[in-house]
Write a protein that binds this ligand. Structure first.
Ligand SMILES: Cc1cc2nc3c(=O)[nH]c(=O)nc-3n(C[C@H](O)[C@H](O)[C@H](O)COP(=O)(O)OP(=O)(O)OC[C@H]3O[C@@H](n4cnc5c(N)ncnc54)[C@H](O)[C@@H]3O)c2cc1C
Length: 445
């Protein structure tokens, strides 16, 4: 963070324009808004409460090890995220992820992989050639996608994913190995509660687009380095500043603008890019925003747990990333193969479940037992760490109302993965939301 500390408080002066924008929150949404504004020559100050940029996708440092608070993946369909990473990275610098054709392994029972055929044949062949389920199951899965395409991935009225799959006669094995794991990892919501419409939106953009859209992008950098810290350097080069460790308590209106600090700095526009459960406190000062506060108050949250287990050097999984059919462990990441952290296995457990009732040590031991049973030879872990994000995302339920980026207060905007969009809470929805909020601020200029 040293370089970023240098960035702090270096407000500059590109500005012979009247606009001066404050962005509250240095997560993916806030930093996307920042880049979009800085690109247009608007002076921006980012206020970030934490000591590292990235919010819910950030680096966590323990001893000599750099971990992520959560083992994220990106998809080829994340166009805005990829565009902005490309804009802020140094020329010639690798983007920071491995791009792999979609492969969905649920060890030891199931495997689906796309092949080098043009869309949509890449998907059709993947479904029809999937291993571990019978021919009638594979045909049923292909029929589901064909039905969704015919209906332009639109439901007449939203329903939960479990009911949607039942109504489309999806066999148990197809739901268990394919649709349910996709639903839980994309929407972070159990199928019986998750929005069928949002699930179809995700299938539309990832599986029904071009072959590249379905690619998995597995990070080789931590998630602070991948975009937010590059964005901060881009901001600095464009005359803006980042104030780390600064919690904004209130956004006060003054003389047609806004004040956030005691030093009298006036902003023409403010983008509130904090997580939804933190937004209410900042919005509560403005009576016109009461309905937005009520909307956000309705949100229910889902957790994501990340369990890291450090095995002996040279210990490897048979894949870089894959699923496991087990009680707790859902997705496994071999950090040795991905980013050179030899012997380090990261395990993701999305959405609510029995794991929440376990002490972290007990959970880590249970996850280790599942790995040891499936991958003999791993040995005993030398250390483990469990990171529990209890409010990882909002619960993406049918018909959920989400607030717009624009608010009734002129010059005040919301950005974040929870604002209105047809996507669940993801990096891409956060980035798109930030870009939209920045465009609104630019129009207001
Ligand atoms: C464990 C985990 C795994 C995930 N896996 C994936 C995945 O694989 N793929 C995917 O696409 N998405 C994934 N997600 C979702 C994704 O991380 C989020 O959707 C996204 O990061 C949200 O970004 P955001 O900018 O909207 O909010 P946040 O990341 O929450 O950023 C808000 C920022 O505001 C700051 N802040 C809050 N209050 C204040 C204040 N008063 N003053 C100043 N600053 C403040 C916070 O410190 C934070 O940095 C995962 C999330 C988690 C938690």
């Amino acid at each position: 963070m040293d370089r970023l500390a240098d960035v702090a408080d270096c407000v500059s002066g590109t500005a012979n324009k009247s606009a001066r924008v404050a962005v509250i929150g240095g997560g993916y949404a806030g930093m996307a808004a920042t880049v979009e504004l800085a690109r247009s020559g608007i002076p921006v100050t980012v206020f970030e409460a934490g000591r590292v940029l990235g919010g819910r996708a950030r680096r966590v440092e323990t001893d000599d090890m750099r971990l992520d608070n959560g083992l994220h993946i990106l998809l080829g369909a994340y166009r805005e995220t990829l565009r902005l990473i490309d804009l802020v990275k140094a020329p010639g610098e690798p983007a920071g992820f491995l791009r792999l054709p979609l492969e969905l392994t649920i060890h030891p029972a199931f495997r689906l992989r796309t092949v080098h055929l043009p869309a949509p044949l890449h998907l059709l062949s993947a479904l029809l050639c999937a291993r571990g389920i019978g021919l009638s199951d594979r045909i049923a899965a292909a029929r589901f996608m064909a039905w969704a395409q015919r209906n332009a991935f639109r439901l007449a009225s939203d329903t939960n994913v479990a009911d949607l799959l039942t109504s489309r006669c999806q066999p148990e094995a197809v739901s268990r190995f394919l649709w349910n794991p996709l639903c839980v990892s994309a929407l972070n919501t159990p199928p019986a509660q998750a929005s069928g419409q949002v699930f179809l939106n995700v299938l539309r953009d990832s599986l029904n687009g071009s072959r590249a859209d379905s690619d998995l992008l597995l990070p080789t950098l931590d998630f602070s380095a991948l975009f937010p810290e590059r964005a901060a350097r881009y901001l600095q080069a464009h005359g803006g500043s980042v104030r780390m460790g600064f919690t904004v308590d209130a956004v006060l209106r003054k003389d047609g603008g806004f004040e956030l600090t005691d030093d009298g700095t006036r902003f023409t526009d403010v983008i509130i890019a904090v997580s939804p459960h933190r937004a209410g406190a900042l919005l509560a000062h403005h009576a016109e925003l009461a309905s937005i506060v009520r909307m956000i108050d309705q949100f229910v949250y889902q957790p994501i747990y990340s369990v890291y287990l450090q095995y002996a050097r040279g210990s490897r999984l048979p894949f870089r990333m894959g699923g496991l059919e087990a009680r707790y462990s859902q997705w496994l990441f071999d950090r040795g193969q991905l980013c050179g952290q030899d012997g380090l296995i990261g395990v993701v457990i999305s959405a609510s479940g029995a794991h929440q009732g376990l002490a972290h040590d007990v959970l880590a031991r249970a996850v280790h037992a599942e790995l040891a049973e499936n991958f003999p030879g791993l040995g005993e872990p030398r250390w483990h760490q469990v990171i529990a994000e209890k409010r990882a995302t909002f619960s993406c339920t049918p018909g959920l109302s989400r607030p717009d980026n624009a608010t009734p207060v002129a010059g005040l905007y919301l950005a974040g993965d929870y604002t209105a969009s047809d996507y669940p809470a993801t990096i891409e929805s956060a980035v798109r939301s930030g870009v939209r909020a920045a465009k609104l601020a630019l129009q207001n200029d």
